[in-house]
Unconditional design. Structure first.
Length: 503
């Protein structure tokens, strides 16, 4: 357990380490049930005393019994956009909110969680950075409402905007840069990183724009500097407070491919324009004259691999943990092969093989019957927008967008649990209309939930050494962050039109 607390790994094969780590972090009997006699014998030969713990009926984590909370609450902050806050589906009111789905899963498995989020729809991590969103600013309480009521024609862009919506009260002291637009389901509050309402954060999760990690230029000039900044701030803040893992963890939320992959010639994701004041993602590519980018995200296996490589690179810039949700989605969809041509082109964009080089991707499930979302059935993982919705994410007449449905978000929550706690999520509760931290959850089917639990287990637990292979102290120096110019309506973006689409 001391090794685990320090984030250290012995130099052994990853599947073996998964067995040892699972033993150290959870119930030995559960480890025997999941991994079978070979794993049991392997650990038993390393220390018979550990095996006796099983028959004593206790866990190695703090000597706690099953059914009892085993430690202080995990304090976790989610930074992202609508992929994290989870918009409601057509004709429903319940959000598919990842922080609350995660809390539901964790607390059903006896791990208490304190969660908060800083989410702005359509935005990227770059505009959440603490250096441009400090505490204690004198911001306008009315500028945002006045701007909206004028139809965006009479807006004050000279002063930061205080946030006041359904999920963030004016008294919370949260603000955004002028021009940042948000809705009633967002929870914008970049200041939560430093406010630390529950004490020093154990984990801070970063989730970027849905397509940005596939654009290497933007990855290097926007995401990598942002990750380095968050890493530096986390190392410096709360230095004398007790932390669950001995150090703060910066975790990258690897997101998923769109239903049919990129499905476009250029990235084009640039709305709201204040989230991309330096220009659209198109300006980081040569997509107008070349098909290189579009081919790298053509089809969901290629796009999933491109996103996975991009997020994994952040383990060299100060992220400690990679949460492989995108790979779990591919497993749920049947682990279709990654075309070698696109894989080679994506790999050529990076300086080395990267942290995923030791894996055989896509990850294949031992029980292939768990992959219940093959072909058109994969639409169930995405957010349904109604019968009249003309989706740009498919060619087969689908009515979904790129956001997660309740099923997709539940899979994300399970992957988060397995990655951060190092335990199997099999047996967790699932959304059934519960109210979690003041928010009612949707309802999903029990059999689907149980299948997703096993998928998350198979994708995460055997490869924990890979998911935890980062370093809070950056191993590579990120390029300087791009300047963040003051955006004004009608200002021309660098390299293209200001308006596009994407989360």
């Amino acid at each position: 357990q001391a090794i685990w607390a320090q984030g250290l790994r012995p130099p052994i094969e990853s599947s073996l380490w998964a067995r040892v780590q699972f033993l150290a972090s959870g119930d030995l009997c559960a480890m025997v049930a999941v991994f079978g006699r070979p794993g049991f014998a392997l650990v038993a030969t390393s220390g018979a005393a550990l095996v006796l713990q099983c028959f004593a009926g206790s866990s190695l984590r703090g000597g706690q019994q099953r059914g009892q909370p085993s430690e202080d609450p995990l304090k976790i902050l989610f930074v992202g956009n609508s992929f994290t806050f989870g918009p409601s589906a057509f004709n429903t009111t319940e959000q598919n909110n990842l922080p609350r789905f995660f809390k539901l899963v964790a607390e059903s498995l006896n791990h208490s969680v304190h969660q908060q989020e800083d989410t702005i729809g359509g935005c990227n991590v770059f505009v959440h950075r603490p250096s441009i969103n400090p505490l204690g600013l004198n911001c306008s309480d009315t500028a945002y409402a006045d701007c909206l009521s004028s139809g965006l024609k009479d807006c004050n862009y000279e002063q930061c905007w205080a946030v006041n919506n359904t999920h963030v009260d004016l008294s919370d002291g949260c603000s955004v840069n002028p021009g940042i637009l948000y809705g009633v389901q967002d929870a914008p509050c970049p200041q939560r990183l430093m406010k630390q309402d529950f004490g020093a954060w154990d984990v801070v999760v970063l989730q970027d724009n849905s397509i940005l990690p596939s654009v290497v230029g933007a990855l290097n000039q926007m995401l990598a500097p942002s990750v380095s900044e968050y890493s530096r701030v986390l190392r410096q803040s709360g230095a004398h407070q007790t932390r669950r893992f001995g150090e703060p963890l910066l975790a990258m939320f690897m997101t998923w491919s769109y239903y049919d992959g990129g499905h476009r010639k250029c990235p084009g994701a640039s709305f709201p324009p204040t989230c991309f004041p330096n220009g659209t993602l198109d300006s980081f590519t040569d997509c107008e004259t070349s098909d290189a980018w579009s081919e790298s995200v053509a089809g969901h296996p290629c796009m999933a691999y491109s996103l996975a490589r991009g997020y994994a690179e952040m383990l060299d810039y100060g992220a400690k943990v990679l949460v492989p949700s995108g790979l779990a989605w591919e497993a749920a969809r049947g682990s279709e092969p990654i075309p070698q041509q696109c894989k080679a082109a994506i790999d050529a964009e990076f300086p080395g093989p990267g942290p995923l080089a030791n894996l055989s991707l896509p990850i294949k499930l031992e029980d292939e019957t768990l992959a219940r979302w093959r072909g058109a059935k994969a639409q169930d993982l995405f957010l349904y927008q109604g019968p009249d919705y003309n989706s740009t994410y498919c060619d087969d007449g689908c009515h979904v967008d790129n956001h997660p449905s309740a099923l997709g978000q539940y899979l994300n929550a399970l992957v988060f649990f397995a990655t951060l706690f190092g335990e199997s999520p099999v047996g967790a509760d699932w959304p059934q209309g519960q109210v979690v931290d003041g928010m009612a959850l949707p309802t999903i089917d029990e059999q689907d939930a149980r299948a997703l639990q096993h998928i998350a287990h198979e994708v995460v637990v055997p490869y924990l050494a890979t998911w935890w292979s980062g370093s809070l102290v950056p191993r590579r120096t990120a390029p300087p962050a791009m300047p963040l110019p003051l955006w004004r309506p009608g200002s021309e973006a660098v390299g293209g039109e200001m308006f596009g689409g994407g989360a």
